[in-house]
Design a protein around this ligand. Structure first.
Ligand SMILES: *Cc1c(COP(=O)(O)O)cnc(C)c1O
Length: 372
């Protein structure tokens, strides 16, 4: 059986260091917001290339608190995409703002900057671009549109740890950026976790208060806050894993190049495309079939050969029961609605062996009556 993702394989490949880190925390006796969390925040900010990182409970909270810290709330509109994890849209609603969903570029699966102008209104306060599957959005166009119209940009980097746009990492371009450390992400904890990166010292202080009851340094609440903290155990785990993030991203890229090469003759499939000037870190390797029936049959064919695949994501957010009645009927997103029925995420995690990658590619090709 070849899994689509494997946090267990990642634990096993770092087992000694992770066990040691966990025991260090258990014995130190401080479990919330101690030295591990502070050290992780410094190291993560350094890695991304910003002065500040604030760790929080998960990626959804990272987005929610970033929006709140920017003063976004009821009556405001935030433009994002529907082709994303529900978490992106849920976080906008947690802030009290109204999500306005735009369509994607079919070749890259990310926000189409050409649609921002039509989505903008007098209430628009922010844009949340999602760097889906590990590839940066077209940040140049999005940030320049935001600048022209005085909007905030909060990047959703839950799938793009380490990805570059031009020479800077995702997470350095917006006013703030939200990361998730859900176990299967490129940088994954052994449980939930998240962080916000920013260059703005005021936003940094605001976020540190918001994540913990609005407390100041004397533990007095200066503003209403939440409880959203990364615990010491997860921070210690993430410090171990951060050291190997570059190496693991390199391996993901290498696996993607191998899939590209082995599947290049399967003309029935659309393989991932790169936005010029970006480094894709392949959180997912997503292929697209000509029609939904073929996609479903390919998925079953692979499953029958012990190969697990997944669809990210099968139902666009605006069509899910929780949202379908609340977004205006005019919100038709043709590209989003079309691609979600045709895409398939192949197995991809750093510990996949070359033999397994070959087996996946051979099985995909055999479905179309081809050989690799
Ligand atoms: C995983 C993910 C999130 C949410 O992160 P959690 O840590 O699960 O709350 C948000 N946006 C995207 C694009 C994600 O993939």
């Amino acid at each position: 059986m070849i899994s689509q993702a494997s946090p267990l394989a990642n634990y096993l490949s770092n087992r000694t260091a992770l066990d040691e880190a966990i025991h260090r925390v258990l014995s130190a006796g401080r479990y919330i917001l101690g030295e591990e969390t502070a050290a992780f925040e410094r190291q993560f900010a350094d890695y991304i290339g910003v002065p500040y990182a604030v760790s929080v409970g998960n990626g959804t909270e990272a987005l929610h608190l970033a929006l709140r810290a920017l003063g976004i709330g009821p009556g405001d509109e935030v433009i994002t995409v529907s082709h994303t994890a529900v978490a992106t849209v849920a976080a906008v609603e947690m802030s009290g703002a109204t999500p306005v969903l735009v369509d994607i570029r079919p070749e890259f699966y990310t926000m189409d900057p050409a649609l921002l102008e039509r989505a903008r209104s007098a209430r628009t306060k922010a844009i949340v671009p999602v760097h889906l599957y590990g590839q940066s959005c077209d940040l140049e166009q999005i940030t320049s549109f935001a600048k022209t119209h005085d909007l905030f940009v909060v990047e959703d980097c839950a799938q793009s740890h380490g990805a570059l746009y031009r020479e800077h990492r995702t997470g350095t371009w917006g006013h703030a950026a939200a990361f998730s450390f859900y176990p299967t992400k490129n940088l994954g904890a052994l449980g939930d976790g998240g962080a916000i990166t920013t260059r703005d010292p005021c936003l940094y202080e605001e976020l540190r208060a918001l994540r913990q009851y609005g407390w100041d340094d004397s533990r007095i609440s200066q503003c209403p806050g939440w409880n959203s903290r990364l615990d010491e155990l997860q921070a210690a785990v993430l410090r171990v894993k951060l050291v190997r993030l570059e190496e693991n991203n390199e391996r993901r890229i290498q696996i993607a190049r191998t899939y590209d090469r082995l599947l290049s003759g399967v003309s029935e499939l659309i393989l991932p495309s790169l936005i010029p000037g970006t480094t894709h870190v392949y959180h997912q390797y997503v292929v697209r079939c000509a029609d939904p029936l073929v996609r479903n049959r390919l998925m079953a064919h692979l499953s029958g050969r012990g190969i697990q695949t997944a669809v990210h994501y099968p139902v666009p957010v605006h069509l899910q029961p929780a949202y379908v009645h609340r977004f205006p009927g005019s919100q038709v997103l043709p590209v989003t609605e079309e691609v979600c029925a045709k895409i398939l995420s192949l197995p991809l995690f750093p510990e996949l062996t070359d033999e397994e990658i070959g087996r996946v590619a051979t099985s995909v090709a055999s479905f179309f009556g081809r050989r690799v």
